[in-house]
Each structure stands twice: as C-alpha cells, then as structure tokens.
Design a protein around this ligand. Structure first.
Ligand code: ADP
Length: 401
C-alpha cells in the first residue's frame, strides 16, 4: 500500500449522495457535501471544501452517475479529485448486509451481486447504495472500494434477540429476523462513550440512544451489541420522525381487512406518515417542543408518546445488560434536545440514573457527561460521526488487505 491516506466516504440514497473526503492522518475533512434531488430535474449540489467557503450550484442530475460526476468535478476543482494519488479507497455506506456481511468488506463483483440479492429485505435502501458503488467503480475501477454495513455491528446479537417468535422454517426461508440498523453510529458512539469515561470499551456496558429523524436504541455489552430496537427493517422500535416504531402486527391486518388499505398504502403510512408526524403533523422535534410549550395538545401527546417509548427501551435494555455504566444520547434530537434527555431519564434515581439540569442545558458539539458526580450511571451526550467511522473501517481494511 502506498502512502495514500485519504478516504472518500459515499452515502448514496434514493435521490441524494452525501460525501466526505477525510484524511486519516488526523481525521480532517478535506471536503464534504451533498448532491440532492437526483432525477427530479431541479438538482442541487452543496460542496464545502477545507477552506470552509461553501459552494452551491443548481443543476439537473438525471441520475446518480451525473450527480457523482458533478461531485468528482467539485473535488477536482479543489485539487483533491478522484484521480489524486493520495486517495487510498472509497468507503460506501450500505444499509443492509443480511446475515453474510458482518464486517467491512472489499467490494468485488461477487460482493456486489450478494448486496443485490439482499434488495428484497431492503428495497428502499440497497438499490441506491448499489448504484453509488457502481458509479464510483466506473470512475475509479482500480481503487479499493469498501462496503460498510449499517447492520454489521448488530450481527453479534444473540440468536434469541435476533429471532422473531414465528415459525422457524418460514422465517429462515424468507430471511425474516432482526438485523438492526444505524450500526455504524452505535459502534462509534458506544466506543466514544467509553473513552469519554476514560475506560476501555471492553469494560463498559452502554445503552446508546440514536435519536435522529430515524431513531434506534442499542444495548452494548463490553463493546459488543447484544440487542437493538430496529428489526428486519428500520420500522421497528422507537417512535421516529415519520415511522411508527413498534405496533401490534395486528394493526396491519386490521387496516387491510377493515380499513381497506392496500399493503403498499400501509407500508407508506407506517414508514412515512406515522411517528411524530402522524401524531401531530410535525416531525421536527424543535417545532414539536415549541408547540408543546405553547399548550398545543397534539404536540404534547407526540412528545409524551416519543418519551414513553424511549423510557421503555431504556428500562428494557437495563434488564438485558444487568449493569449499565453509561447511557449515550446521539444524533439530531439526542445531541440537541435537552428536554428529551431530561424527560427520558427523569425519576430513574433508583436505577442509578440522574441528569444534572445545568450540565444538560449546555450547548456544545463536544462529547460530554451530563449526569452529576453521584450518578452511578454516566449519562452522556456523544455526537455521532458515521462518516469518520466508515472512513476508519475502510482504511483499516485496505491497510490489512
Ligand atoms: P437523520 O436521521 O436525518 O440523519 P439527524 O440525526 O440529522 O437525522 O436529526 C434530525 C432531527 O434532529 C430533526 O428532524 C430534528 O427533529 C432534530 N433536531 C435537530 N436540531 C435540533 C435541536 N436544536 N433541538 C431539537 N431537535 C433538533
């Protein structure tokens, strides 16, 4: 391996591509950006170089190929193009790795074919990830490209946590089991929480609460994931921005048989029009907290439902872990919404959990402890950095390959 130290991280979604170019010598971002509204005729590319002066351009991206080529041009304009000898590898976020991919994986034709075979369990995500990989490979066929899977960190869940209690033969035939998502974030944050406490990740048990627009909780014992709230798809678990999280599966039968909704309509309802949005018409926690503080009953109910579910998972994972050393809040809501952190942990002193109101109200981009000295369980805010984690895993793989 040459002295190339840079990794380009690509996160290709159905209509967008997010990217970061990271120098692994010091973790610095040489460039980052977002190409969005791919295929919609009114595309936009926002590019931030190391110098920090943001460039925005409006241009139609008929497909991912056009969007990635535009990204490559922006990078080239900064002197850090895809042909740069310093580029060591491209790391791709891939949502679903199924049972096979439990670690970062060098992408070959065979690996790509296997990711394609997983489309039936991740129809909303894997196709876009695959397109991103294909385009990036066509631009730099000689460069190592690595897939980092959202499911991989959860592959260590014991079988009894990964199984649904349904007929085993049916489940196996259709690959129905709990895979979990946001794994890159849970891995990064659980490790960062341990470091924040000055401990080795192998020594601590952490409950990670990744609360963004999507949300999931995980129980991590000594650095190893033992349970997580998302399942076969990212729909299970917490109340999210637009997803319902846990519902009685009977709701689906009822809506179909009695409500006359088709399966696709129910899928859309539970994934895109439920959660906070469904409960109160807003999915942005800032807006919900503002409305609730002004006495809006729907917003208050949405907030309370969100918190109630969160507390059930905290309690559940406490029992799963037996001993909890830290609870780490992360992602847009977890990092910014002090009232959510306060409400999620209120009244749990008997479990050794407490939050200091003053520490909780501090606004900062740094990882920090918000529990008082006496709290047996450290409650922390730990900003997630999925791109850095993907870059590190990618770099580590190409260096040991
Ligand atoms: P995504 O799942 O899209 O990656 P993020 O982790 O960026 O989401 O989180 C986005 C969400 O974070 C927003 O929908 C909003 O609800 C919430 N959020 C962002 N900033 C704040 C804030 N200052 N206070 C409360 N909530 C916030």
């Amino acid at each position: 391996m040459s002295g190339a130290t840079r990794v380009l991280v690509l996160n290709a979604g159905s209509s967008s591509v997010k990217y970061q170019l990271i120098d692994m010598l010091d973790g610095s971002r040489l460039a980052s950006g977002l190409a969005e509204r791919i295929g919609e005729g009114n595309g936009r590319l926002v590019h931030t170089p190391l110098s920090g002066v943001r460039r925005e351009s409006l241009q139609a991206f008929p497909d991912h190929d056009a969007a990635l080529k535009a990204v490559a041009e922006e990078l080239a304009a900064d002197g850090v193009g895809l042909d740069s000898p310093e580029l060591a590898a491209i790391g791709h976020r891939v949502v679903h790795g199924g049972k096979r991919f439990t670690a970062p994986t060098l992408i070959t034709d065979e690996v790509l074919a296997e990711i394609r075979r997983l489309i039936p369990v991740a129809p909303l995500h894997n196709p876009a990830n695959i397109t991103g990989i294909e385009v990036a490979r066509s631009l730099r066929p000689d460069l190592p490209q690595v897939a980092v899977f959202d499911t991989a960190f959860h592959a260590t869940m014991p079988e009894y946590a990964a199984r649904y209690a349904i007929d085993k033969a049916v489940a196996d035939e259709h690959r129905v089991r709990r895979y979990g998502f946001h794994g890159t974030s849970h891995q990064y944050v659980s490790r960062a929480a341990a470091h924040l406490l000055g401990k080795d990740p192998a020594e601590v048990n952490v409950i990670v609460l990744h609360l963004g627009n999507g949300g999931s909780a995980s129980a991590v014992a000594g650095g190893v994931c033992v349970d997580t709230s998302m399942g076969l798809t990212p729909l299970e678990g917490l109340v999210m921005g637009t997803r319902s999280g846990d519902v009685d599966p009977g709701v689906v039968f009822h809506l179909h048989r009695v409500g006359g909704l088709t399966i696709d309509e129910i899928d859309e309802l539970l994934n895109r029009r439920s959660g906070l949005l469904g409960l109160c018409g807003d999915n942005d926690m800032r807006e919900i907290m503002r409305r609730a503080s002004e006495g809006d009953a729907d917003a208050k109910l949405a907030f309370d439902t969100y918190i109630h579910r969160l507390r059930k998972y905290i309690g559940g994972y406490y029992a799963v872990l037996g001993r909890v050393d830290a609870i780490a809040f992360t992602a847009g809501v977890g990092e910014n919404a002090a009232p959510v952190r306060e409400a999620a942990t209120a009244g749990l002193e008997e479990l050794g959990i407490a939050v200091d109101p003053e520490l909780n109200s501090v606004r900062s981009g740094e990882a920090r402890v918000i529990s008082p000295q006496y709290s047996r369980v450290a409650v922390a805010v730990v900003p997630t950095d999925e791109e850095l984690e993907i870059a590190q895993q990618t770099f580590a793989l190409v260096h040991t390959a």
